[in-house]
Design a protein around this ligand. Structure first.
Ligand code: PLP
Length: 625
């Protein structure tokens, strides 16, 4: 059950069944249905959606929205807080239409709103939300058109706030509001002095590029007073970074913001909303620590810290409690998407058997390697390690200078592999493993080639060393035997996953199973619903993957409710401005020219052009025939 740390990061949504399959348990592990991911993969493939596939489990999204609202509701009740919680989902975390549609649908009962940071996001938000009791928050830099769109939303009855991020925005908002005859809802984003740890620490502290400093906030107040519009200022917002791992920073930030809120009330603003931004982290590695891919707190603790900070600051001054808003993105959507892919091949460090006649008349180099091999023991381990690496280098030098041929070099390197494996075996039984022996272990890892692009589907692994839980989704009744790193199929040496949490073999390798002939081996990368789809790019022209969304029924069954075909080769070529029609034309000309030059026959021309046509229609990833 502790396999691959699933009980730690799975948040009750994922576990392993008796068959050794990962199962999704959207209603909790103890009761409710358990759906095998392996069975889902088989169905999805039968439907014609090839690997890699992003699987979305819709119920988990619903459960996460519910968790956020119910936890705030319980904490509000337990503390006697006198207002409500209204979450907004920041569209940038996953802008896909199907995702926003599902958030609007599951969030309806809770009046869960949306946050937009650009014109396209705002248009999507207004048209998808369809709920005037929820909030719309406009962050980001706003031009006249952006502001007009927000003001139209206010005209149509939406509570749409403009959060002032830079001083210059206010004049434009006032000018457009006057012109369109709407009273805007205004907020200010402040730069807190609180500094948060984690990957996004630059969003916090004095040097952060977003938000107003205190004297700029005073200027906003004075300007609003001057035009008799201070009543429009109702919201205070801050955001000190995404994925804040340490609860101490959350508490410190909340406390500082409450003090500023209190001062804004004292200045005469008709405040009513306190927006704590994002930052509520996901425990990706399951360690429950303040490591950057984890968090040292629960959702409940997060809610308590926010609610109690407000009570502690405002009650002393009899200031009414505001509506609490959080812009929680990651925690809302991360859990509900899994990236699934098959393994195409394995490159193994395992040496081939030595030729029977290796000891007959060996060269000096081979003789030295054979004696090193025979010498390996706990006592001589460091010496053997030095010798093996020395002779490996010697083989390369001799080859370079033409003193040994390709076969001699292959034999020497094969012998070195036998030696290194033996050293690693003996080393693993030692109490203190010498550093050089630890480094050898790293050379022995297999490379499993996964049918996916890291840059398209897991960009944060490449960009910021983010850790996501990765594991096989089946064969979990068999002990995995191979320490491995996982490579994608881009031709980029950065396209690999070789950074794992504590549950792995070591921090650079994961234990995986040996491939079986004629049987696919599937891996899943979990908790990938936030940011990954959105930030992914077309490196090597690998496009969007296929997507399948399932809904799990209370009775234990499930349905595939949405399918989205990934990009075809023609799609990705057109994204980088190729005119596919023109490409077809020039391929035809090329084939014609090849006939004229006698390279191919007319029949081969037909076959070649059909091949290209099929290629253009096909999936960008590895397709099994
Ligand atoms: N709000 C703002 C202004 C942000 O910049 C971000 C992301 O960095 C978020 C909300 C979402 O943060 P998270 O995904 O940590 O909840």
């Amino acid at each position: 059950e502790e396999l691959y740390g699933i009980n730690k990061w799975g948040a009750d949504y994922f576990s392993i069944n008796k068959k050794g399959h990962v199962v999704v348990t959207p209603f909790g592990k103890e009761n409710g249905p358990q759906i095998s991911l392996h069975e889902i993969v088989k169905e999805v493939e039968d439907r014609g959606l090839a690997m890699p596939v992003i699987l979305r489990i819709e119920n988990i999204l619903g459960s996460q929205i519910k968790l956020l609202h119910n936890t705030f509701r319980d904490v509000i009740k337990a503390t006697g807080y006198k207002n409500e919680y209204k979450g907004v989902f920041p569209i940038k975390v996953n802008q896909q239409e199907q995702v926003i549609e599902a958030i609007a649908q599951f969030g309806k009962d809770f009046n869960h709103g949306l946050e937009a940071g650009s014109k396209p996001e705002l248009i999507a938000a207004i048209s998808m939300l369809q709920n005037r009791d929820a909030c719309l928050i406009c962050n980001g830099y706003k031009d006249e058109e952006f502001i007009d769109l927000g003001l139209y939303a206010v005209k149509m009855g939406f509570k749409c706030f403009f959060v002032i991020e830079v001083p210059g925005e206010l004049e434009l908002i006032l000018e457009r509001a006057k012109k369109l005859k709407v009273r805007p809802y205004l907020g200010v984003r402040i730069k807190l002095s609180t500094h948060a740890e984690g990957q996004w620490s630059e969003s916090s502290g004095d040097a952060s590029v977003f938000g107003l400093n205190i004297s700029q906030v005073i200027d906003v107040i004075d300007r609003l007073k001057q035009s008799d519009m201070l009543d429009c200022l109702q919201l205070l917002h801050y955001h000190i970074g995404s994925q804040i791992p340490n609860i101490r920073d959350i508490r410190a930030g909340a406390f500082e913001a409450c003090r500023i809120y209190q001062e804004l009330v004292n200045e005469g603003a008709k405040m009513g909303y306190l927006d704590f931004g994002g930052g509520l982290a996901v425990d990706y590695d399951g360690s429950n620590t303040n490591y950057h891919s984890s968090r040292n707190y629960s959702v409940e603790e997060y809610c308590y810290d926010i609610v109690e900070s407000i009570i502690a600051v405002l009650d002393k001054h009899d200031i009414p409690h505001p509506v609490i808003i959080t812009e929680s993105g990651r925690v809302t959507v991360a859990y509900y998407s899994v990236l699934l892919f098959n393994v195409l091949d394995v490159s193994s460090f395992h040496p081939s058997p030595l030729p029977k006649d290796v000891k007959d008349n060996p060269s000096e180099l081979i003789q030295n390697l054979l004696s090193t091999h025979d010498m390996i023991s706990p006592k001589a381990i460091q010496e053997c390690c030095n010798d093996a690496l020395y002779y490996r280098n010697q083989a390369r030098q001799l080859f370079k200078h033409g003193q040994i041929n390709l076969r001699d070099r292959a034999l020497a390197e094969n012998l070195v592999r036998h030696i290194l494996i033996q050293i690693s075996k003996v080393g693993s039984e030692l109490k203190h493993v010498p550093k050089d022996v630890q480094d050898i272990d790293r050379l022995l890892y297999d490379v499993y080639y996964g049918n996916f692009s890291l840059f398209q589907s897991l960009p944060d692994v490449w960009a910021i060393n983010q850790i996501f839980p990765v594991m096989p989704i089946h064969r979990l009744n068999e002990a995995p035997t191979h320490p491995a790193i996982i490579s994608d199929i881009t031709c980029d040496c950065d396209g690999k996953i070789d950074n794992f949490p504590d549950y792995a073999h070591d921090k650079n390798a994961l234990m995986l199973h040996e491939l079986k002939d004629g049987e696919e081996y599937y891996l899943g990368v979990f908790l990938v619903g936030a940011y990954q789809e959105t930030l992914g790019d077309l490196h090597n022209l690998f496009g969007d993957t296929n997507v399948a969304t399932i809904h799990v029924n209370d009775d234990g069954g499930y349905q595939v409710i949405k399918e989205l075909e990934g990009d075809s080769v023609a799609d990705v070529l057109s994204y980088v401005e190729y005119d596919v029609k023109a490409l077809r034309k020039s391929l035809k000309q090329l084939a014609e020219d090849s006939i004229n030059k006698g390279f191919i026959t007319p029949k081969e021309r037909k076959q070649i052009l059909e091949g290209f046509e099929e290629g253009l229609r096909g999936y960008t990833y590895f397709e099994r025939e």
